[in-house]
Design a protein around this ligand. Structure first.
Ligand code: SF4
Ligand code: SF4
Length: 115
């Protein structure tokens, strides 16, 4: 089985998480690094029962992880958009614009993250 790439952390940044995380009781929005993501991009609560179940359920895969972090961020962001709740048609265009800017925000967050 594929191993998680050290220094990636894409899974802890690109997707939204709806369950509570210590320090983020409402979960986290897409494109925002998890508060539990340490500067070396490892999880501060790995093995802690308060870690959301979804974190342990997400397994590395060649399709998702790809050759580098940028690929993984892009892939996970596209998945996030594809699985977002269906909206009324009138809201779809503005949502698309928001998605484009949140994607840019995601890229900015990644650029700010320590490597
Ligand atoms: S995208 Fe893959 S390598 Fe990166 S953090 Fe997630 S599982 Fe690990
Ligand atoms: S709790 Fe840990 S594994 Fe889950 S998103 Fe946050 S840093 Fe990543």
């Amino acid at each position: 089985m594929l191993s998680c790439r050290p220094g990636c952390g894409a899974c802890c940044t690109a997707p939204s998480i709806t369950s509570a995380i210590p320090g983020m009781p409402e979960g986290k929005p897409a494109g925002v690094p998890c508060i539990q993501l340490m500067p070396d991009l490892r999880c501060a609560i790995f093995g802690d029962p308060r870690r959301p179940a979804v974190c342990g359920g997400l397994q590395p895969s060649a399709e998702m992880c790809g050759p580098d972090r940028d690929h993984a961020i892009r892939w996970l962001t596209e998945l996030e958009v594809a699985t977002a709740p269906t909206m009324a048609i009138g809201a779809a265009a503005s949502a698309a614009a928001t998605t484009a800017s949140s994607s840019a925000a995601s890229t900015a967050a990644v650029a700010l993250a320590p490597r």
